[in-house]
Design a protein around this ligand. Structure first.
Ligand code: LFR
Length: 470
């Protein structure tokens, strides 16, 4: 038991409870997987947070006793607690449109430069700061980001883990503490922001009723609770000259730095300086990611992804490409129709079959990866010799190959479960089983299956495609 750890990892399209055993290398097994996604009720888009919590408890029961438990999830979203500690309302999904126009209002009031200088964060319409300004906060005693909310339900302890707090837009990028002057200037109640905790710190012991329900008890430990922070911690890099793409519902593409980049060029390119573990900076950009494909599949009931990918492989290259980051793709809805409209708007013929749509999506994503990796290199001055593509997208061979070709760099694909690995490795380090970030990465590289893709094809064709997309 002393070398067993559980990771609760909530992604935007599925959640899982994973069990890691470090008694001999690093073995990760999936104990429980459950679907996740937006729920539209009336005119609002929510997460089913109680359904997720029920599945987490079921997964922990199945995992059996472990040394500790860590929780990570997507970023920015939160639950509000009242004075008594009760959840005040259902957490709203970041793809909900209630924040429309808020980012622009805040930029006009405070200044986009000031905001970037304080938080170092890219402007995404759903950053926590904009959501808080769109919500009613009267009666709120605490704002807990999703993993912190789960941690509170498991232990009774409140806090804000710092990697995830860095996605709120309200954390000072230099001091890594709450940006109180900004919080006050925006008229937000500073009392709702709980004390910060660092990855590796104890959250607390399990509540008695939780232990009774799952049949065992163990401490909960803070990890890189932003899923992307955990994923980056588990990138199997063996040197320093690497970029990463954490590819799931989103593709988070960038480099790891010791210091933030807060230049005007960085702000103009909408690059973010999110907090990584051990004081590192995740200097990256959000690319729309496999959401484009997931939403296409939802529009084609009964379609088979494996068959579609095989057929996409045979489609004519570069028949149509779009900018994957167009805001029009952000909300849920008919994705093929939106892609078709985008193709027409840019003077291209829309894809004529599902396979052609898939080809268009994957090439467009590869172009997004290329742009983000190149800009990360240019804006940070960091040398990159290899791109590590981790997360569920690393299983998509065509996407990996297209990304290598588009970037003109080798792509090392895997592990698919990088987030869960980063989660358990921070716990294992707190237990004294691994020494530091370097050793964590070496262990991942030595124990997890990886595939390597060398760049091939005509680089000029990618330049032409990029000129059409952006
Ligand atoms: C990836 C991720 C991204 C964040 C987005 C929304 O799962 O956490 O890093 O920008 O979801 O929270």
């Amino acid at each position: 038991m002393s070398s067993r750890f559980a990771a609760v990892d909530l992604g935007a399209s599925s959640g899982r409870v994973m069990l890691a055993d470090l008694s001999d290398g690093l073995r990760l097994t999936e104990v429980h997987r459950f679907p996740n996604g937006p729920v539209r009720a009336a005119d609002r888009l929510y997460w089913d947070v109680l359904g997720l919590y029920r599945e987490i408890l079921a997964g922990l029961r199945e995992a059996g006793p472990v040394s500790s438990v860590g929780v990570d999830s997507w970023a920015v979203d939160y639950g509000l607690l009242d004075e008594s500690g009760a959840l005040m309302g259902n957490p709203v999904h970041y793809r909900d449109d209630r924040t429309r126009g808020v980012a622009e209002q805040v930029a006009a009031a405070v200044g986009a430069e000031t905001l970037y200088d304080v938080s170092g964060l890219q402007v995404l319409p759903f950053n926590t700061v904009y959501q808080l300004l769109a919500d009613r906060l009267d009666g709120a005693a605490a704002m807990l980001l999703i993993p912190d909310l789960i941690g509170y339900w498991l232990t009774g302890e409140r806090g804000a883990e710092v990697t995830n707090a860095s996605t709120t837009g309200l954390l000072d990028v230099r001091t890594r503490s709450w940006a109180l002057p900004l919080i006050e200037r925006l008229g937000l109640p500073s009392g709702i922001f709980p004390p910060l905790r660092q990855p590796g710190e104890a959250v607390g012991g399990m509540r008695r009723h939780v232990a009774a329900e799952i049949g065992w008890s163990a401490p909960v430990r803070a990890v890189g609770s932003h899923d992307t922070a955990s994923a980056v911690a588990a990138v199997p890099a063996t040197g320093a000259a690497f970029a990463y793409i954490s590819c799931g519902t989103w593709s988070l593409a960038g480099v790891e730095l010791p210091e933030p980049v807060l230049t005007a060029g960085s702000r103009a390119a909408n690059f973010t300086n999110e907090a990584g573990i051990d004081g590192t900076v995740r200097y990256l950009r959000n690319v729309m990611g496999l959401w484009l494909l997931q939403e296409c599949l939802r529009a084609w009931p009964g379609s088979d992804l494996g068959e579609l990918l095989a057929a996409a492989e045979r489609e004519r290259p570069f028949a149509a490409v779009v900018n994957p980051d167009e805001p029009v793709f952000l909300p849920p809805g008919d994705m093929p129709a939106r892609i078709a409209a985008e193709c027409r708007r840019t003077g291209q013929r829309p894809p004529a079959s599902p396979a052609a749509y898939v080809r268009c999506v994957l090439e467009s994503l590869a172009l997004g990866h290329r742009r983000a990796v190149r800009q990360a290199m240019e804006l940070s001055g960091r040398k990159v010799e290899v791109v590590h593509l981790v997360g569920g997208g690393s299983r998509n061979e065509l996407l990996c190959r297209l990304t290598a070709d588009a970037c003109g760099l080798p792509v090392v694909a895997g592990p698919a479960e990088a987030t869960a690995l980063g989660n358990v490795l921070v716990q294992a380090r707190a237990a004294g089983l691994v020494a530091d970030l370097k050793e964590m990465r070496t262990l991942v590289a030595a124990t997890q299956p990886l595939r390597r893709y060398e760049p091939s094809g005509d680089p000029g064709a990618w330049d032409d495609a990029a000129a059409r997309a952006f």
